[in-house]
Design a protein around this ligand. Sequence first.
Ligand code: NDP
Length: 233
Amino acid sequence: MSHILVTGGSRGIGRAICETFADNGYDVSYFYVNRPSLEGEHIYPVRCDVSDHDAVAESVDSVISRFGDIDVLVSNSGISISGLATDYSPRDYRRVMDVNFGGLFNVTNRVIPGMVHRKHGVIIAISSMWGQTGASYESLYAASKGAVDAYVRSLAKELAPSGIRVNAVSPGCIDTDMMADYSDEDRSELIDETPLARLGTPQDVADAVYYLASDRASFITGQIIGVNGGFLI
Ligand code: NDP
């Protein structure tokens, strides 16, 4: 049985990814910080803050003990703090970078050696279109996702000789808790700006992740795949 580890699998996009792979016969491990959601014989939730390097190392070892080597890693956990660039504190800066980019660094840092040893593995980061376009009031978030994209491209070059593919899925506006603070007016404006005229669903993103993890994507690496309804073309 194949094993996928998803960071931030308790809600939103990460949860849809966990459900999709579980439905397709994977053993699924996931990290969360507040409350686990999915549980079962083939689903293993582990409380782990991805910004904590030592905790990530311990938690990766724990999921390997439970389900064996990791075939697919999805670095999905992310946070957003809105504000003017001049209003952010150094603490805001550290938190957003430590979770959104540091989480990717910490988890790949622990998972890659096993994949290299086996010359097998797929790594997918969930980025954001704002990392490509920049975003007013979300400058830290956009910068952290720009770092994710650059890291994904670099890892893809470094790891291709070891048979490991690395890609990012870059969502547009997806209807999850991350959009909970948006007013109806904000949501309508975003829908108006989206050529396919709707918000995305977590499943839209999970389907792209499932494809990228499959052998059907065996010639795809180093790409930032947009799932944004045409918002960014
Ligand atoms: P949600 O807020 O719905 O879920 C976030 C998930 O990340 C939760 O499972 C949460 O765990 C987990 N998480 C948060 N911080 C940490 C941490 N420090 N360590 C471990 N897990 C953590 O977000 P979405 O599903 O919307 O977002 C998922 C990803 O998609 C993020 O990287 C986000 O940036 C990206 N994205 C989302 C978009 C959107 O419009 N929704 C657009 C573009 C990108 P817990 O439940 O325990 O709090």
